[in-house]
Write a protein that binds this ligand. Structure first.
Ligand SMILES: [Zn+2]
Ligand SMILES: [Zn+2]
Length: 214
C-alpha cells in the first residue's frame, strides 16, 4: 500500500448518552460511524473540515447510536449499513425511546446489510466487519488493519464491556465475541468504543476486570 495515506480519524461524543461518533476521512471524503444525535454538531465538524459523507455505518441500532441517521441520509443523499441480525433492535426503536425518555428517532431505511468477516473498501483502505454480538444480536466492530484501529461499538469499553440486560443481550455470547474477534487483534490496536475513552487491545487483555481469568 505504498503511497496510500493514513485516514484522518475523528472521535467525539454526542447527545445525553454521550455516544461516540467516528469520522474517517481523506481527500474531502468521509465515512461516518454511529451518528447518534446532534446532527448540527456533526455537520459542523464535517463542514469545518470540508468533508462530504459517502457512507454511514452502524455498529448496532440502539437509539443513542442512530439519532442523526435520517437527517444525515437526507442531507448527503447516501445509504446506511447495519448487520441484519440487528433488524429487531432497529424495530424496537419506538420502544427504546419510551424506555430512555428520548424522542423516537425519525425512521430510516437500511440500504446495505453488513456481512460477518466482509472487507469493505473504506476510502481506499481495508475495513473488516467483525461480528461481535452479545450487547445486541447484530452488533459489529469495524477493524482497520492498516490503521491499527478498531471501532468497537458497545462490545468492549475501556475497563468494561457492554451491558447485556436489554432485549437480545447475551452476556456469555458477548464475552465469546470479545475473545474470538477482538482480543485476537494485535495488542497495540487502538480501540474506539461506543462510550468513554479509547484504549488498546493489550491494555484490555491485561486490565479489563470482565476479561480476567478466562
Ligand atoms: Zn448499545
Ligand atoms: Zn451505546
Amino acid at each position: 500500500m505504498a503511497g496510500s495515506a493514513v485516514l484522518q480519524y475523528d472521535f467525539f461524543p454526542l447527545g445525553i448518552f454521550q455516544c461516540n461518533c467516528s469520522i474517517l476521512s481523506r481527500d474531502g471524503r468521509a465515512v461516518v460511524i454511529d451518528p447518534g444525535d446532534e446532527f448540527d454538531k456533526i455537520l459542523g465538524v464535517l463542514d469545518d473540515a470540508g468533508l462530504t459523507v459517502e457512507q454511514i455505518l452502524l455498529t448496532h441500532a440502539h437509539i443513542d447510536h442512530v439519532g442523526a441517521v435520517a437527517a444525515m441520509k437526507r442531507h448527503f443523499g447516501i445509504g446506511v449499513a447495519l448487520h441484519p441480525a440487528d433488524q429487531p433492535t432497529y424495530d424496537l426503536l419506538p420502544m427504546q425511546a419510551q424506555w430512555t425518555g428520548m424522542p423516537a428517532p425519525e425512521p430510516f431505511t437500511i440500504e446495505r446489510s453488513l456481512v460477518s468477516g466482509e472487507k469493505i473498501d473504506c476510502l481506499g483502505r481495508e475495513m473488516q466487519v467483525l461480528f461481535t454480538p452479545g450487547h445486541s444480536p447484530g452488533s459489529v466492530s469495524f477493524y482497520l488493519p492498516e490503521e491499527g484501529k478498531v471501532i468497537a461499538g458497545d462490545a468492549l469499553f475501556r475497563g468494561s464491556i457492554g451491558r447485556t440486560d436489554l432485549p437480545g443481550g447475551d452476556h456469555d455470547l458477548l464475552i465469546r465475541s470479545i475473545q474470538k474477534r477482538l482480543l485476537v487483534l494485535p495488542p497495540e490496536t487502538e480501540v474506539y468504543p461506543g462510550h468513554g475513552e479509547s484504549t488498546t487491545i493489550g491494555q484490555e487483555i491485561r486490565k479489563n476486570p470482565y476479561l480476567q481469568g478466562r
